[in-house]
Design a protein around this ligand. Structure first.
Ligand SMILES: Cc1cc2nc3c(=O)[nH]c(=O)nc-3n(C[C@H](O)[C@H](O)[C@H](O)COP(=O)(O)O)c2cc1C
Length: 308
């Protein structure tokens, strides 16, 4: 798929997920074939204030041939300043979050709240496009409380967005129910920029269905990649062996080269839990694993689990 002048290797992407799509998960997604990865959402304001915590989220992997960063905020000028920050120089694409339903984001008028204010969304995209030659993309939902996806997408296109990713739910749906592929299809038919369809792709059937119904240019996978970054190879029919234990180890060790051990151990707990889903691991072992504080201890338990 083409985003501006950039050509992705294929049309199956990793969707951004706060707290999950850190540099290690993105590295693994790329390794297993993902065509494009994007950082989790990063505060545009945080970049302006030079927040160390914000900059932590900007690590990238050497496998990320195209580097995309997602920003959130609600002030055009703040986006402009953030985009010009040298720490974003290495990124090829600037993605703007207009889909997040989290209360702390909504209360600041950011994320999916922007779908209630198409004029402001237009100003943000327009100002961002003026601030950089790099493609500006947007991740949106079908709407906030009511579906305005088609009109909203057209507004983004008019403002200069190079592509949009549509998660087929309203903000008020959170993650409940099912993503509506027919509604994504309407967006695809309404705009001339590439559309990335997103929501509930978990296997071959759902992947085929979203492509068939939406006719989208690409598909983004979120939750199904947590604890299974190999899903990209599976859906792309790449002949890539998968050793779960080695993959988990690679994920930990990549993070440990960047972040402190406490942060990594805490952060990886929810991901490890997903890797263990479907395996016959006694609850006591899982609990033990989730309370360990050092990588050496965690590794020992994982070795025992995967040895059996
Ligand atoms: C824990 C979590 C964090 C997320 N964080 C982000 C984010 O930072 N930026 C974003 O655009 N979407 C975010 N999303 C939404 C996903 O990108 C995606 O749109 C959603 O999960 C639906 O796709 P899926 O069914 O493949 O998971 C997040 C979703 C989850 C579950």
């Amino acid at each position: 798929m083409k985003i501006g002048d950039l050509e992705t290797k294929n049309n199956l992407f990793l969707a951004p997920m706060a707290g999950y799509t850190d540099v290690a998960l993105r590295h693994l997604a790329k390794k297993f074939g993902a065509g494009l990865t994007t950082t989790e959402m990063v505060s545009a304001k945080g970049l302006i204030y030079d927040s160390e915590k914000t900059k932590w989220l900007l690590h990238t992997s050497c496998l990320e041939d195209i580097k995309s960063v997602q920003l959130f905020g609600n002030e055009p000028q703040v986006f402009v300043e953030a985009i010009k920050n040298p720490v974003l120089e290495k990124f090829d694409i600037i993605d703007i979050n207009m889909g997040c339903p989290a209360p702390k984001i909504i209360k600041n008028g950011e994320g999916s709240f922007l779908m209630t204010n198409p004029d402001l969304a237009y100003e943000i995209v327009k100002a961002s496009c003026v601030a950089t030659k790099r493609p500006i993309t947007v991740k949106m939902r079908l709407g906030y409380e009511t579906n305005n996806a088609v009109e909203f997408a057209k507004t983004l296109e008019k403002a200069g967005a190079s592509a949009i990713c549509v998660h087929g739910r309203l903000k008020t749906q959170g993650y409940s129910g099912f993503a509506d592929y027919e509604e994504i299809a309407k967006v695809k038919r309404a705009v001339n920029i590439p559309v990335i369809a997103n929501g509930d792709v978990v296997d071959e059937n759902s992947y085929k269905k979203i492509l068939q119904v939406t006719n989208a240019d690409a598909v983004a996978i979120g939750r199904a990649s947590i604890g299974n970054p190999h899903i990209f190879a599976e859906l792309l029919h790449l002949d890539m062996p998968y050793d779960k234990f080695e993959t988990i180890k690679e994920q930990y060790e990549m993070l440990l080269r960047i972040y402190d051990e406490h942060f990594v151990i805490t952060n990886m707990r929810k991901q490890v839990n997903q890797y263990l889903k479907g395996l016959n691991v006694p609850q006591t072992v899982k609990l033990d694993l989730l309370t360990k504080q050092t990588y050496t201890e965690v590794l020992e338990i994982l070795q025992n689990i995967f040895k059996e």
